[in-house]
Unconditional design. Structure first.
Ligand code: DPM
Length: 358
């Protein structure tokens, strides 16, 4: 007779408990809940618990993101909790995850990307207007150097000013004062919050390209945790994985980060992955922008065992063909090299120096 492993309450399937770490903001909670829901449906026998914590990025609200100078602003406390095994996985916005993760951590899932574009949220008194038709000198709130640079280039009649805080705080600052005529936010965040009625305009990539990894949820885990990695790998969306590997490789090779104005646009059309990348001077007057393509295969591929733990810019996606993951990474590196050849280095160096001096 086999040993009786059942719990004292007689429940045979003594439940495995998986703890999911999240930041405390409402957006972070919504994002984490959506991933937890998916996992519960896929693994009904497992109990998932959510553990919320504050991060440096949530606590320092009086400084522009690009000035705090800490890369892992929103991720460090969560990674500490992962390391101490207080949590087993952490849900992030991929765009907040540095392109080089600390050793021992990995991105074990990249979920299907939502609308990647930025959106304009108007002060209610400006209802009906667009960035084009706002009066000369209108103040636009954003602390993203990427958004400010591109929009200054395209809408020279507007002024720009930092706005920090979580989404709730920003909308409040917009609505309850006369400081800003409008603020710019990622459409994805607004949609997840259920605030689509506040979106008055979605910015076209011609006017404003998005940030690396924008509108994409990622799940971080301990690199050696094979069971968790296996569990999470089914969440991967092949097209998003390859686009984001290319985008992250581009940013890493440029030595970008959130303190420089770098923007991307990527598309997977059948066997073709295309990536457009650009760097801007802070005032938008200089721009180096190029597009490159590569061939990929987004069908799920069973690679050899040796490739299962291969990481591409921090992303592990064992169910996807290694050749495609390599090609996506090379695309990002090649595009960054091309931009650097065309003068991106000087543009970035100056932007960094000016931003540090502000
Ligand atoms: C990063 C930036 C911003 C966030 C910089 C950028 C926006 C900062 C600002 C790296 N992280 O985009 O150029 O507007 O002052 C952030 C948001 C989301 C993830 C909110 C937003 C939600 C959307 C998503 C903050 N991180 O961008 O409006 O999952 O991409």
């Amino acid at each position: 007779m086999s040993t009786n492993l059942s719990a004292p309450d007689g429940n045979e399937n003594t439940s495995q408990v998986i703890r999911i770490g999240t930041r405390k903001s409402q957006l972070a909670r919504i994002q984490t809940d959506s991933v937890a829901e998916k996992l519960k449906q896929l693994y009904p026998e497992v109990t998932f618990e959510i553990v919320a914590m504050s991060t440096v990025g949530d606590k320092i609200l009086d400084k522009a993101l690009s000035k705090i100078g800490e890369k892992s602003l929103f991720t460090k406390e969560l990674e500490n909790a992962l390391e101490r095994k207080e949590v087993d996985l952490v849900v992030h916005s991929l765009k907040d995850l540095p392109t080089s993760l600390p050793p021992g951590f990995t991105i074990a899932a990249v979920l299907k990307r939502e609308t990647p574009y930025d959106a304009v949220v108007l002060h209610p008194k400006n209802a009906g207007l667009t960035l084009d038709t706002l009066p000369v000198g209108s103040m636009i709130g954003t602390s993203s150097l990427r958004r400010a640079a591109q929009l200054k280039r395209r809408f020279s009649h507007l002024e720009f000013k930092n706005v920090r805080g979580n989404l709730n705080t920003r909308l409040k600052k917009l609505d309850e004062s006369d400081e800003y005529s409008a603020i710019i936010l990622a459409a994805a965040g607004l949609l997840r919050m259920g605030w689509e009625n506040r979106i008055s305009q979605i910015l076209d990539p011609e006017d404003c390209m998005y940030a690396v990894g924008q509108a994409t949820l990622a799940v971080e885990a301990r690199a050696g945790d094979d069971d968790i990695m296996e569990m999470l790998s089914v969440l991967n969306d092949p097209e998003t994985v390859l686009r984001c590997i290319a985008e992250r490789a581009f940013l890493r090779h440029l030595e970008g980060g959130c303190s420089v104005p770098v923007a991307v646009h990527s598309e997977a059309r059948g066997p073709q992955l295309s990536l457009t990348g650009a760097v801007y001077s802070l005032d938008g007057s200089d721009c180096v922008k190029e597009t490159m393509q590569t061939s990929i295969d987004t069908s799920k591929g069973e690679d050899e065992e040796v490739h299962r733990n291969a990481s591409h810019v921090g992303v592990m996606a064992p169910g996807l063909w290694m050749a495609s993951r390599d090609a996506a990474e090379r695309l990002g590196v090649d595009l960054a090299s091309l931009l650097l050849q065309r003068g991106a280095k000087d543009v970035l160096t100056l932007a960094r120096r000016l931003n540090d001096a502000r």
